[in-house]
Design a protein around this ligand. Structure first.
Ligand code: GLY
Length: 366
């Protein structure tokens, strides 16, 4: 299978995203070529370390690095300052210098925390991202956002640090639980709606959750997603404008996710949020007729929710606490047609109307 290489060129750094099958052994040579240094610390959670740490460490040692492993207990509940502190102490114990490198191997929690540790350690060293979940491959490993959670909400303390290289080996997805794989498809569908009608139609005719999917198809879809995100972060690295469009489905999605106490997955929440905003946008005459049903169908084909039965007041309470709120308004990303979105600055009254029209329309929550 051929490898895909997507070039990212943000204001702060240019780097490559390598997407292929069985390419974990390329991590060492790629980190060597893009970051240099003499020592690396591989950061993994307790689920991923037994699966992939040895292969990555061997590859890094084969490329001449002195490589050590730092692990932490898996789970979003551990995406906290206390875990970040133990990772930072691990970097100091491994005696990493300013020229050395952190290699994040795992899902979004690992990439975000290892990235933030790299941004802070010695006031900033390099990081390489090796995503092993679909969500991390198509979203969090690219674009340089790093963070930990606060009591007040997810990802509220962080920094931007673009990686020196990203290596996405789709073979790692063989060990990902089917439920988590399906959940991540919410972000994949979002990217199609956002910028790529061709990707969207591919997902309609060949859902990624089909048991007939091949590594080749997955790698192709991951590379397309990375290219979509690349185009956005190249234009707006720090989310002053265009990057906000990546929040499509997230204003209501985050609210649904938080109100479920994070029992509903992120991608599933985004899918539900996306369908809700699409239904409202269509009814309000903001978008093309038929768009909501089109999006609902592809979500259904991936086993994702298309609505929520949460009370409207609950959705509003969480949506208005979102960190993306600006005083009395919210920048709502609205799908106009497949492949085109618009950022609308709406008042809280208008947002309430969107929630009333778009959410709970398939139950008795009208
Ligand atoms: N996940 C959205 C972003 O990276 O901006």
């Amino acid at each position: 299978m051929s490898k895909h290489i997507v070039d990212v060129r943000t204001t702060s750094r240019a780097y490559e995203v390598h997407v292929g099958c069985g390419i974990l052994n390329e991590v060492g040579p790629l980190v060597r070529a893009t970051a240099g240094g003499t020592a690396v610390a591989v950061v993994c959670d307790s689920n991923v370390a037994p699966l992939y740490a040895t292969r990555v460490l061997d590859s890094l040692r084969g490329a001449g690095y002195c490589a050590s492993l730092i692990t932490f207990a898996a789970g979003e509940e551990n995406k906290r300052f206390s875990t970040l502190e133990s990772i930072l102490e691990g970097l100091a114990d491994a005696e990493l210098s300013r020229d050395d490198v952190v290699v994040a191997v795992g899902g979004g929690v690992t990439g975000d925390m290892a990235g933030l540790a790299a941004a802070l350690y010695l006031r900033g060293i390099k990081v390489a991202q090796v995503p092993t979940s679909l969500l991390a491959m198509v979203d969090s490993s690219v674009g340089g956002k790093t963070a930990v959670d606060l009591q007040a909400g997810k990802n509220l303390a962080g920094a931007f640090l673009q990686p020196c290289v990203v290596v996405a080996d789709v073979e790692c997805l063989h060990t990902l639980e089917q439920e988590l794989f399906a959940d991540s498809c919410g972000e994949v569908i979002k990217h199609g709606v956002l910028a790529d009608p061709e990707l969207f139609e591919e997902l309609v005719s060949n859902p990624l959750t089909s048991s007939a999917r091949t590594d080749e198809q997955v790698a192709h879809v991951v590379a397309k997603n990375v290219a979509i995100k690349r185009d956005v972060v190249n234009a707006d690295e720090t989310e002053r404008g265009l990057r906000q469009t990546l929040n499509l489905g997230h204003t209501l999605g985050h609210a649904i996710e938080a109100a479920s106490n994070y029992q509903l997955g992120h991608g599933s929440s985004v899918a539900a949020g996306l369908c809700c905003v699409a239904r409202a946008a269509e009814k309000l005459g903001w978008s093309e007729a038929g768009i909501a049903r089109h999006i609902e169908r592809v979500c259904e084909a991936h086993g994702l929710p298309t609505d929520t039965q949460l009370p409207h007041e609950t959705i509003m309470r969480y949506a208005t606490h979102d960190k993306k709120r600006h005083g009395g308004t919210v920048n709502l990303v609205v799908p106009i047609r497949i492949g085109k979105v618009e950022i609308r600055t709406v008042t809280l009254d208008e947002l309430e109307k969107v929630v009333r029209i778009g959410c709970g329309t398939q139950g008795d929550n009208r």
